[in-house]
Design a protein around this ligand. Sequence first.
Ligand SMILES: Nc1ncnc2c1ncn2[C@@H]1O[C@H](COP(=O)(O)OP(=O)(O)OP(=O)(O)O)[C@@H](O)[C@H]1O
Ligand SMILES: [Mg+2]
Length: 253
Amino acid sequence: MTRVISVFSGKGGVGKTTVAVNLGAALARMKKNVTLIDCNLTASHLGLHLGMYNPRSTLNHVLREEHSMEEALHDHFTGMKIVPASLSLKDLHGTDLTKLRHAINTIMHKNDVIMLDSAPGIGREAMASISASNEVLYVTTPHVPAVMDIVRSHEVASELGVEPLGIILNMINKDKHEMTKDEVEHLTGLPVIASIPYDKNIRKSLAMKMPLVSYNPGTDTSKAFIKLASELMGEEIIKESGLFSILKRMRFW
Ligand SMILES: Nc1ncnc2c1ncn2[C@@H]1O[C@H](COP(=O)(O)OP(=O)(O)OP(=O)(O)O)[C@@H](O)[C@H]1O
Ligand SMILES: [Mg+2]
């Protein structure tokens, strides 16, 4: 059965899009059919993380019923399919988020996993992706305000009957003022299923417009995403040769 997973946070800027692209790339490495959808229409960064600046078809077109979801699917060299959102402010007009679930249903049969890169918070835009998903992955930094926002988001997601997969604790700096994994679990009542360090390589891979998992799969951060992907699917980690990943990138370019 296709899994529809929202990558979600209460607070903005904690790493949802970073998690979505790296987890998606790690799932594609496992030969899963995976589609990432940019559901953050007001700050649509998914395309920017993947070097897609002016896509011919976007989620905005789909929500305005101008294009089908099939038409909005874009191939990425990692093997993922991407549904970007428009960067243009005028493209927000006429986008009806209540159509999101129906649009997703039309591509269900083609996918093992559909991941929704959500808007932050508990506003209408964020709620649209929660309502359209069956499972939710929370992302937070190890700081009190961001973690408190997970508590509120989780309350709302629970009311909607969406299954929590746990928390990804991101940008850990081992600073003494940061909350520990145990403290985060205690405060939220949710398991921390991955701990991702603050890593300058993430910024480098963003500049290279590709997931770190593809740019440099050997880093500890990439390995953490690859491990998380295999745990989520309940499957063993697949090793990909360096040559194979270089060839994939060259084919894309
Ligand atoms: N583990 C990390 N180490 C270093 N930098 C990171 C890490 N995770 C994310 N970043 C950086 O933090 C910034 C915000 O990340 P990202 O865009 O993924 O957050 P977001 O939650 O999707 O934001 P928004 O709420 O605006 O959608 C980006 O510049 C990204 O490269
Ligand atoms: Mg984002």
